[in-house]
Design a protein around this ligand. Structure first.
Ligand code: DGP
Length: 118
């Protein structure tokens, strides 16, 4: 059973209480288009259970994070991103600019992002 945080925007999206443009869903994760896209394709992939950020990844949820990365690869194939490529980013905490405290992976694609990360 997922562990929801009732004040979390992404938990509300997963439960369908806030509408979203769904891209992919399975038992453990949910993917939807970012409301403020930073690239022609900008998708967020989130675990269905509430984990605050990468800082909370440990042995108890590592398999879930691995599962999310298999979902990311599926989504990349589904969206036709594998030939040109895509970037996966997860912001953790204040200095990284994390604005929603529910673990999420941004998939960004559809433009040349160059070799510079920040
Ligand atoms: P971050 O800065 O890494 O915490 O990214 C949070 C992202 O979540 C940001 O790119 C905007 C997106 N976002 C915030 N609220 C909503 C929402 O209600 N719907 C959707 N689709 N995206 C949202």
């Amino acid at each position: 059973m997922p562990n929801y945080d009732e004040n979390c925007i992404f938990c509300k999206i997963i439960k369908g209480e806030i509408p979203s443009n769904k891209v992919y869903e399975d038992d453990l994760c949910y993917a939807f288009r970012d409301i403020n896209p930073q690239a022609p394709t900008h998708i967020l992939v989130v675990p269905k259970t509430h984990i605050t950020s990468c800082a909370e990844i440990d042995d108890s949820n590592a398999a879930l994070v691995g599962h999310i990365f298999t979902a990311i690869a599926k989504i990349a194939r589904q969206e036709g991103l594998t030939e040109r490529g895509f970037r996966v980013i997860s912001n953790s905490g204040k200095d990284a600019g994390q604005t929603v405290p529910h673990l999420h992976f941004h998939i960004l694609a559809g433009k040349d992002m160059g070799e510079v990360l920040v």
